[in-house]
Design a protein. Structure first.
Ligand code: NOJ
Length: 503
């Protein structure tokens, strides 16, 4: 399977590369960067939604599943991108958002028009709301005055949830998948796919001890696995090479894994590890061990368009720590997903005024907080959840791009960081595939593990650390120094060492 040893690269289209100077990244911008991506060692791209959309949630509110938003180009541009990527042996997977459509989608327009509409049952309509909360804050139900019923939206009110209990919805979605398969995409990233069904009992969610709502009846509902399993089986019969990765809105490994083990996705995003809030080595090691106790290949990432960048969040702007994290991502068992700009050490973009905030989640937070605190304080709270942090435009070379959003800050050490990523990807290809990891340990601020014939020591501490070596090895990467008798290695603070077993 091609994806098992591939390095993926997420492209958040609007902020990646703007080919026509209108301030918005576009498909031709990606085409221009293909040689750069090839040179960096990237094997596959994940493109975030590029479909027509009112962009309430920046494209995750789709109003036509089978077209390209004119601001990104057209279908011909997309086809050219596919052809050119394929010519460079780069695969392309696309983001599909099937939990909800935009309320501007013709399906919703038809559904909401009347109680008798042929598509009324394509969405979730009720006379009375439950207490279920939207993931962007506030009630997940919106009263539509025209028919005096509420529709369900697990995200923004402009993102209405589809009713997956209706077989016509399922068929319509299969048609969408067939459309893109015919065009030649190599796989799909399924957005919040565990939200797909809600409980048909429509009971209120309980409130936890922390005062927060427990999403007991609106995610991971009985029936969702069967629907997804059937879809995955169908996809694999159409094309066994198609890669599927599930986005599960959970940071619990058991929940995430169940969608691979029971629903048949190839893998799923490991938020249990990827979105940790700070560099908690105990937690990192524990999750890493648990992930490797499972049979399928996990995903490895520390960045995406939904979280603060690891340069700030985890590495705290320290290049040494950042390098250790990149070794962990790339010289390891799993499917690495890099996020645009990560390979240049790009940091968080921080809006300094509400007028600069684009993320709906941060906007909601800001206005909610303004009821209680001063605007400057509200801005601080909003920025704590602001997904714009990772969505600033990518600076290319010394020039910043700005447009629909400000520029991500340039990392002065960016070139050095890029060469580290490039070297690690080269090593991964030369020494992989990495299918087995053993001896995962955490000691004195050092994470060490054995991946196939490589011993990896990541010293996150501020002290130089001596580690015993049990096999005859030679150094292939890092600043660690092997003793003459090759019994131990001395690894300087915030540095790593990779040793290769002698044949
Ligand atoms: C997950 C996506 O990654 C996020 O950006 C989006 O807001 C939600 N799904 C809703 O589609």
């Amino acid at each position: 399977m091609w994806w098992k040893n591939a390095v993926f690269y997420e492209i958040y289209l609007a902020s990646f590369a703007d080919s026509n100077g209108d301030g918005i990244g576009d498909i031709d911008g990606v085409r221009e960067k293909l040689p750069y991506l090839k040179e960096a060692g990237i094997d596959a791209l994940w493109l975030t939604p590029f479909y027509p959309s009112p962009r309430v949630d920046n494209g995750y509110d789709v109003s036509d599943y089978c077209a390209v938003d004119p601001q990104y180009g057209c279908l011909e541009n997309f086809q050219s991108l596919l052809e050119e990527a394929h010519a460079l042996s780069i695969k392309v997977i696309i983001d599909v958002v099937f939990n909800h459509t935009s309320t501007a989608h013709p399906w919703f327009i038809e559904s909401s028009a009347s109680l008798e509409s042929a598509k009324r049952d394509w969405y979730i309509w009720r006379d009375q709301p439950t207490n279920w909360e939207s993931f962007f804050g506030g009630s997940a139900w919106k009263l539509d005055q025209r028919t005096n019923q509420y529709y369900y939206h697990s995200f923004a009110e402009e993102q209405a949830d589809l009713n997956w209990r209706n077989p016509e919805v399922k068929q319509a979605i299969y048609d969408v998948l067939s459309f893109w398969l015919a065009i030649g995409v190599d796989g799909f990233r399924f957005d919040v796919i565990n939200n797909l069904t809600v409980s048909d009992t429509f009971v209120d969610n309980p409130i936890g001890a922390d005062g927060k709502q427990v999403h007991l009846y609106d995610v991971n509902q009985p029936g969702v696995m069967a629907v997804l399993k059937e879809m995955n089986q169908w996809l694999k019969t159409v094309d066994p090479d198609i890669f599927t990765v599930a986005e599960i809105s959970s940071d619990q490994l058991s929940v995430i894994s169940s969608y691979v083990e029971e629903a048949g996705f190839d893998t799923a995003f490991n938020f249990n590890l990827g979105s940790i809030e700070d560099l908690d080595l105990k937690l990192l090691t524990h999750e890493f061990q648990e992930m490797n106790a499972r049979n399928y290949l996990p995903t490895l990432f520390f960045n995406s368009h939904d979280m603060s960048r690891s340069w700030n969040r985890l590495a705290r702007e320290d290049r040494g720590t950042y390098e250790l994290l990149s070794v962990f991502l790339l010289i390891n068992r799993g499917v690495p997903f890099l996020f645009q700009g990560e390979e240049q050490g790009v940091g968080d973009y921080l809006p300094s005024h509400i007028s600069e905030i684009r993320d709906i989640q941060a906007k909601n937070k800001y206005y909610e907080q303004c009821l209680f605190v001063e605007t400057q304080q509200a801005l601080l709270f909003a920025n704590e959840v602001n997904r714009d942090r990772s969505r600033g435009m990518i600076p290319w070379g010394a020039s910043q791009q700005t447009g629909w959003i400000g520029s991500s800050p340039i990392n002065p050490e960016g070139e050095l960081i890029s060469s580290v990523y490039q070297e690690l990807i080269r090593l991964r290809k030369a020494e992989g595939p990495f299918q087995v990891v053993t001896n995962i340990q955490l000691e004195n601020g050092c994470i060490r593990y054995q991946v196939e014939h490589l011993s990896v020591v990541l010293n996150f501490s501020d002290l130089s650390v001596k580690q015993n070596i049990s096999k005859k090895v030679q150094t292939i990467y890092g600043k660690g120094v092997l003793s003459e008798d090759r019994q131990w290695v001395q690894v300087p603070p915030k540095s790593c060492w990779i040793g290769k077993e002698e044949q």
